[in-house]
Design a protein. Structure first.
Lengths: 138, 213
């Protein structure tokens, strides 16, 4: 049996979006048909990463329960997702905290662990911060 | 292997929070062993250690192991100034006879309240596993005493093969300055990682947007 692999891709290979823009893309599963996926979840979310407490919010969520006969279509055709992005929070690569956006797809199976894939993107164009080096402090 | 300046900081909260890190047990001990010991202590025990010594990380691991052993864990995290649990003591009975009350920050509770809590737990058959800064009336399950060697192992575990942008003496200095507080020492390395990253150009190679987990 082929180990299942899940892929997520944004249309046009884009990485940077502006608030209010429409983000769209697709995901697909590579696997043998012996698997029994029961559901697929697509989320567009942001989360913080850094030194303090973590925060996370889901902007878009879609869960699709899968009937056994739907598996071939999931394997043969990329599945689409799309959403208009919100005005904030904008992506930010700070020193203490970073705000990161991504599309996350999770496939659940009748047996075994679920499979997850993420595709990161940037919302807005806030310049990244960087730590001040000791020499610059003097 | 060069340090990738675009790599994620391995000392971020996401990587070092309890549940994300694997607790490194003293020789001869394991989660299974400690839960067996807890069961022998009638499911009453305290993990004792200073700030940032790994108590919460161990508690998270023992919670999972206790669940495998048939106990239903109920987590309570107490912050400074919390003098009581965020639920009435009478509600303890709802945890059921297979319940295990996990209290992170037990030292926040006053003696009288602890005594009443213990009485309610005994009546309901609910176990107690707590973290505390000093030995208390519950039998001590393990005393955590961080060492430099342990800290070096933790750093290695977090790096996951990534070459870190600092040397062993930087790690030793972070440990020494934190006075045994591993959490503070890890956050010092977070800052150092960011500082050293700022001094390096970001990697431009590799398309990472397709990332099967």
């Amino acid at each position: 049996m082929i180990a299942p692999r899940l892929y997520v891709q944004l249309d046009g290979g884009r990485r940077v979006y502006h608030p209010g823009e429409r983000l769209s893309g697709s995901y697909w599963l590579e696997s043998s048909t012996q698997l029994e996926p029961t559901a697929v979840e697509v989320s567009i979310l942001w989360h913080t990463f850094g030194k303090g407490d973590e925060d996370l919010a889901v902007h878009y969520f879609d869960r699709r329960a899968l009937a056994p006969h739907e598996l071939p279509s999931l394997l043969e055709h990329p599945q689409r997702f799309a959403s208009v992005l919100p005005p904030s929070p904008l992506s930010y690569e700070g020193v203490i905290v970073k705000i990161r956006w991504c599309v996350r797809v999770r496939v659940f199976f009748r047996k075994g662990k679920d499979l997850m894939a993420e595709c990161a993107f940037q919302l807005g164009d806030v310049p990244a911060a960087r730590a001040v080096l000791p020499a610059e402090r003097d | 292997m060069p340090t990738d300046a675009s790599a994620d900081n391995p000392f971020a909260s996401r990587c070092v929070r309890p549940g994300a890190m694997t607790f490194i047990y003293p020789p001869g001990l394991s989660a299974q062993r400690l839960v067996q010991q807890l069961a022998q202590q009638d499911w009453r025990g305290a993990i004792v250690g200073g700030h940032g010594s790994g108590k919460s990380t161990l508690l998270a691991e023992l919670s999972a192991e206790a669940q495998r052993a048939g106990r239903q864990p109920w987590h309570v995290v107490l912050q400074a100034g919390h003098r009581r649990l965020p639920l009435p003591l009478e509600a303890i009975a709802a945890c059921g006879p297979s319940g295990l009350l996990l209290i992170d920050g037990y030292e926040q509770l006053g003696r009288w309240y602890r005594w009443r809590l213990a009485r309610h737990c005994r009546r309901a058959g609910v176990g107690q596993l707590v973290t505390t800064h000093a030995p208390c009336e519950l039998p001590t399950l393990l005393v955590l005493e961080p060492t430099l060697e342990l800290f070096l192992q933790i750093v290695q575990q977090l790096a996951r093969g990534q070459t870190l942008p600092f040397e062993r003496q930087d790690i030793e200095a972070a440990y020494a300055q934190a006075n045994g507080n591993l959490r503070d020492a890890l956050f010092a390395l977070y800052d150092l990682f960011e500082e050293r990253r700022a001094a390096r150009p970001a990697s431009t190679g590799g398309d990472e947007h397709i990332s099967p987990a």
